[in-house]
Design a protein around this ligand. Structure first.
Ligand SMILES: [Zn+2]
Ligand SMILES: [Zn+2]
Length: 418
């Protein structure tokens, strides 16, 4: 049945007010700035820049626009947002006083925000403390829970890493707060224009093309390819004017891969060959749909990607914090949990705020409630343009994962796990 939810009303309002919103100084500021001068010249010299914008190696094909609009406004799961308060693990600064035993600890702060403590370096990835993923403070997707760790309770941050300029990854109030701490920012090409416009000193901005690396002491930060898009303007005036990327963080002892936002593409193999194998891969798994399968992976393709890069442990991110798609809010994790053991991929599913040492991950326990969701067999999410071999692999992942309940025997109720 068609449901005109509060979310869709909010999205409608957002679109209606988009043009007007641009004239509001707040929205004008958060939208950011376009690159010019030497920065633009460097972008235009990138192999990724063709005919006035950044491009994916594999072209992006979306579903029919009218169908997308119809689904967006009248379709979608009635369980796209939690109906009760979530069980989040609140954290404090003292929690990070003792370094990780193994040297590597990931703390998931919700969606794609996480702290990586790696052999003495503290790296904050895609920091989003803002209430909404929107240029406006009063409308747009709102977070399901407060940040598990307050911004002023963060331990020392040595660097901030950004994957792309979408609002759920590049959050204006978080950048302002972190800039005040004096940290350096590692970002894909073009995003420096936003940061400088917001007052980040130019010498603290490190802009990377795909495959470019920086050194921070003995830590390598490498931008790697992704298949996605970019833009912050509500009237789409800046589509693909900044680059999108995944990131590798590695020392002699540990290797971490973060996918950023991405669809499936063969480049995952090359990422694995050049930088893998990884102690942990944080790969996006939410906000997918068959209508936009060339911008997000979905759960089964995320697991295939984890295998392609050579992940010893897969940790799903980009789910369970903002309502950005049509699926039920727990569907991404239910499908990961159904598919992972059948594909032989070890997973960690921390609750928001929880820390994971990849060498000794916690048992997967159900901290999220049981809601209605659509299993893999009823909704194939497969990116376009894949080789026959890769497409067959993605199809197989859907087939083995086509179970609706009891996906993972190891998923015990939280009460039993504690
Ligand atoms: Zn995105
Ligand atoms: Zn995103």
């Amino acid at each position: 049945m068609a449901i005109f939810t509060k979310r869709r009303l909010a999205v409608g309002a957002l679109l209606l007010f988009a043009a007007g919103g641009l004239s509001l100084s707040g929205a004008w500021t958060t939208t950011g700035a376009r690159a010019k001068g030497a920065r633009l010249e460097r972008m235009q010299a990138s192999p990724q820049w063709r005919d006035g914008r950044f491009r994916n190696a594999l072209a992006r094909h979306d579903g029919p626009y009218m169908k997308m609009m119809k689904e967006w406004f009248f379709g979608g799961s009635p369980d796209a947002e939690p109906s009760t308060a979530l069980s989040v693990q609140g954290r404090s600064k003292a929690d990070f006083d003792a370094p990780p035993q193994s040297g590597l600890r990931i703390t998931w702060l919700g969606h794609s925000t996480f702290l990586v403590e790696i052999d003495g370096h503290n790296i904050l990835v895609d920091p989003v403390w803002g209430e909404r993923t929107s240029p406006l403070t009063w409308v747009g997707p709102k977070r399901f829970y407060d940040p598990p760790l307050p911004m002023d309770a963060l331990p020392r941050v040595d660097a901030v890493v950004i994957s792309h300029d979408h609002y759920d990854h590049l959050d204006y109030p978080s950048i302002i707060a972190l800039s005040a701490k004096g940290v350096p920012f590692y970002v894909p090409l073009g995003i420096g224009a936003h940061l400088e416009f917001w007052g980040v000193p130019a010498d603290r901005i490190h802009e990377h093309d795909w495959w470019q690396e920086s050194l921070l002491g003995d830590l390598t930060l490498a931008a790697v390819p992704a298949r996605h898009f970019s833009g912050r303007s509500m009237v789409m005036a800046d589509q693909d004017q900044t680059l999108w990327a995944g990131w590798v963080l590695k020392t002699e002892a540990h290797r971490v891969f973060y996918s950023g936002d991405t669809a499936m593409f063969p480049g995952f193999e090359e990422i694995g060959q050049r930088h893998g194998p990884f102690d942990v891969a944080l790969i996006e798994t939410g906000a997918y749909d068959p209508l936009w399968a060339d911008v997000h992976l979905g759960p089964e393709q995320a697991l295939v990607a984890a295998q392609m890069v050579g992940a010893k442990l897969y940790m799903p991110v980009h789910w369970g914090c903002f309502n950005l798609a049509l699926h039920s809010w727990t569907e991404p994790i239910e499908r990961v949990v159904a598919a992972a053991p059948r594909m032989g991929v070890p997973i960690a599913v921390p609750r928001p705020g929880e820390s994971v040492e990849p060498s000794n991950p916690p048992q997967v326990a159900r901290w999220w409630p049981e809601t209605r969701w659509t299993p893999a067999g009823e909704k194939l999410v497969m990116s376009s343009g894949l080789s026959e071999e890769l497409a067959a692999r993605v199809r197989r992942a859907h087939e083995v994962a086509d179970v609706h309940a009891g996906g993972l025997d190891a998923v015990v109720p939280v009460a039993a796990a504690e």
